[in-house]
Design a protein around this ligand. Structure first.
Ligand code: NPW
Ligand code: ADP
Ligand code: MG
Length: 284
């Protein structure tokens, strides 16, 4: 198994070309946060903005609007019950699911509106709803799934104790490829970020092991922050597979640095450190 190294992350996070504008760094739509879990939407959005996404819009339960604006004026906020398909169509990268609760209509509207040119990242409640309601992934250009072990068990049927078996996970992942793409020789098997105390990333041909990070990360919102970083990195860096590896690395490497002086590494503190960490990486 390969290791997710700093070298991989540094090969992805390069200095920005002068000849560029916000449109070159991606339009991200975050669909997250029901009335109970507004914090998940804030943590997604903070991480995506701090990672450098060109434009970030949050589609959420409207009760979260003032809080999101107060914490993050860089993000736009819309009601996820109002014209969601139109917002989905305008985005390059869509992240759905963190703190989405049981908003099945929102998930189905998003999946129906996705086109084959877009990148879709599926996290948290969206993964649990896919399992509960037997919903298939849409035929996006790039698909990324970010379950923790229980979410992966629900979605794939692979019990947590069996998740040490790479072949079992790979076979389950292939079965989740959108049915529209199953006819082609090279179907769109999603990338899988299987989160745990020893996170692994499954890409088309390889499995990668994360070797930074630690238990100081075991706190609510840590995965919401990672999902926002993956969205921000995927909006700027290609191929998506490398962007995912770099985001996973940076998330835990920042946490590891913070842990030198902190017993727990809060998700919003990690988000604050992203620009400085990316600057350092880009100069290596
Ligand atoms: N501030 C906010 O708005 C926040 C919003 N959030 C949002 O809430 C939604 C629900 O997410 P969720 O992860 O909290 O709940 P769920 O999907 O039921 O999973 C928990 C169950 O799985 C089990 N488990 C086993 N292995 C595990 C592992 N490696 N990692 C984690 N769990 C593991 C675990 O076992 P136990 O703890 O009982 O031992 C338990 O039985 C989701 O959309 C998320 O984005 C949160 O981010 C919090 C902050
Ligand atoms: N003991 C640990 N060591 C290293 N990383 C951990 C540990 N516990 C949790 N994490 C990381 O924290 C994140 C938790 O994600 P998740 O459970 O989705 O959080 P949430 O939904 O609350 O935001 C994952 O990236 C996981 O790898
Ligand atoms: Mg989560």
């Amino acid at each position: 198994m390969k290791k997710i190294s700093k070298t991989i992350a540094a090969s992805v996070v390069r200095p920005r070309p002068a000849h560029s504008h916000k449109g070159n760094y991606g339009r991200v739509l975050i669909i997250a946060g029901n009335h109970q879990f507004g914090g998940a939407a804030i943590m997604n959005a903070q991480a995506a903005v701090q990672s450098g996404a060109g434009l970030v819009t949050v589609a959420t339960d409207l009760t979260n609007k003032t809080a999101i604006h107060a914490r993050l004026p860089e993000a736009m906020v819309v009601n996820y019950r109002d014209n969601l398909a139109a917002y989905v169509k305008k985005a390059d990268v869509i992240l759905i699911g963190s703190g989405l609760g049981d908003e099945r209509d929102v998930l189905e509207t998003c999946f129906s509106a996705i086109s084959s040119e877009q990148t879709l990242i599926v996290d948290g409640s969206a993964l649990s709803m896919m399992a509960a309601f037997d919903l298939a992934l849409p035929d996006a250009s790039q698909l990324v799934l970010t379950p923790h072990q229980m979410e992966w068990q629900r979605l794939s049927g692979v019990a947590i104790a069996e998740q040490v078996n790479q072949e079992t996970n790979q076979a389950a992942l292939q079965r989740l490829a959108p049915t529209e793409s199953n006819t082609s020789a090279n179907n769109k098997t999603p990338a899988l970020v299987l989160k745990s105390e020893a996170t692994q990333v499954y890409l088309k041909d390889d499995v990668y092991q994360l070797t930074v990070g630690g238990p100081y990360q075991a706190t609510g919102g840590m995965g919401d922050t990672l999902a926002g970083m993956i969205a921000g990195f995927a909006a700027q860096f290609a191929p998506t597979s490398s962007a995912v590896l770099a985001a996973v690395y940076c998330h835990s490497a920042i946490a590891e640095e913070l842990s030198q002086k902190a017993y727990v590494t809060l998700p919003s503190k990690i988000a604050e450190k992203i620009p400085a960490y990316m600057k350092k990486l880009s100069e290596e």
